[in-house]
Design a protein around this ligand. Structure first.
Ligand SMILES: *Cc1c(COP(=O)(O)O)cnc(C)c1O
Length: 352
């Protein structure tokens, strides 16, 4: 992939030719307007009676500053990064013709979104120790491969891939490489974001749902080449991020710009669980993690899952996921919640 590669060349023809819906507030900044009589809204101010900014300009300028990316490289999704995943499928993949390549195991939404869009999915198993199979991912692709998806740190395995390996893959894939960095704040292996401008075929997904603590607000971001960001903006629903969310997210990002203390607490709790879990009854293996969760292999995962549930701790059972046999995925909680988890695991030992 050369640096003057243009992602638009890979987009579906109908998307390249698309004339987007022009919203009521597209043409105008609003300066000098005292009577908004253009959009058939209720004129009586109740805080939410006006349509929100379809381009999320103010929020984008905050995100641009905090994440260190130019505004024309940012797409914001109002249904989390899941929205960006679906829009990328719709921009690049022709239903019934094109395919995507994903690692296995990985985040389930890529496969579901591909199925919804009638796009073939080619799965490539991770290597030993859940390593990134760069050559196999390249080999799995053909002329109709539009998107290769890598989640790093990967869900549910927890490990991150080296930026050098991801860069290598970006240079070798024929189409676009989407790197889902939902958990990157918990990793010391680094992000692709600072070097994104070297890779016009890379899209980086971020979310406010994990480290930033705003899962309920449903805000996800894609950082990418301006031509991709522009196409994504044309394909999204016009008012995809509601007004209260735009304001609330901007306010929270500015007020809590620095989240290092919280991240450090979560990482030190992860390390404590990594230390203590291996000696608990029934635990076979704790996989190394660069995220805020641990993939833990048990002798009898279904029984442990039920026991934890009974004790008031819900975890994610990944026992039936390819490559994760025997495993539960456990989110790192507060110190008190983690204590409960450890105590419950001890109590099974006594029963057995
Ligand atoms: C949680 C998660 C997301 C975030 O999804 P949102 O829709 O933004 O909440 C994205 N990718 C992965 C791999 C995740 O685990």
């Amino acid at each position: 992939m050369t640096e003057n590669f243009d992602p638009a060349a890979l987009m579906r023809r109908n998307i390249r030719a698309l004339v987007p819906y022009s919203t009521a507030r597209d043409e105008f900044s609003g300066e000098g307007i005292t009577a908004w009589l253009d959009a058939n809204e209720n004129p009586f101010d109740n805080g939410v009676n006006r349509y929100p900014d379809p381009h999320q300009k103010e929020l984008k300028s905050v995100i641009s500053r905090i994440f260190g990316a130019p505004t024309d490289t940012i797409f914001i999704g109002g249904a989390g990064s899941d929205e960006a995943i679906d829009i990328l499928m719709r921009i690049f993949c022709r239903p019934g013709l094109d395919n995507i390549v994903i690692i296995a195991p990985t985040y389930g939404v890529y496969e579901v979104s591909a199925a919804i869009n009638d796009v073939e999915v080619r799965q490539v198993s991770l290597g030993d120790g859940y390593s990134l199979p760069v050559a196999a991912l390249v080999d799995a692709a053909d002329a109709n491969t539009r998107l290769t998806w890598v989640c790093s740190p990967n869900n549910p395995t927890g490990n991150a891939f080296a930026v050098e390996d991801l860069s290598d893959l970006a240079r070798r894939v024929g189409g676009m490489l989407v790197i889902d960095e939902a958990y990157v704040d918990f990793s010391d292996k680094g992000s692709m974001l600072p070097i994104l401008d070297r890779f016009p075929n890379v899209v980086i997904l971020r979310t406010l749902s994990k480290a930033r603590g705003m899962a309920s607000l449903r805000l996800g971001m894609a950082f990418c080449h301006p031509s991709v960001a522009k196409a994504m903006a044309m394909v999204k629903y016009p008012y995809n991020v509601n007004g209260p969310t735009q304001r609330e997210v901007a306010r929270r990002l500015m007020e809590h710009e620095d989240i290092t203390d919280m991240i450090e607490t979560i990482i030190s709790e992860r390390k404590r669980l990594e230390r203590e879990l291996p000696s608990k009854p029934g635990v076979r293996k704790v996989h190394p993690s660069d995220a805020n969760f641990l993939l833990v292999e048990f002798d009898d995962p279904d029984a442990v899952y039920d026991m934890l549930l009974h004790g008031g701790a819900l975890v994610r059972n990944r026992n039936r996921v390819r490559g994760c046999a025997g495993c539960l995925r456990i989110t790192v909680g507060t110190p008190e919640q983690n204590e409960l988890l450890l105590e419950l695991l001890d109590s099974t030992g006594k029963k057995i």
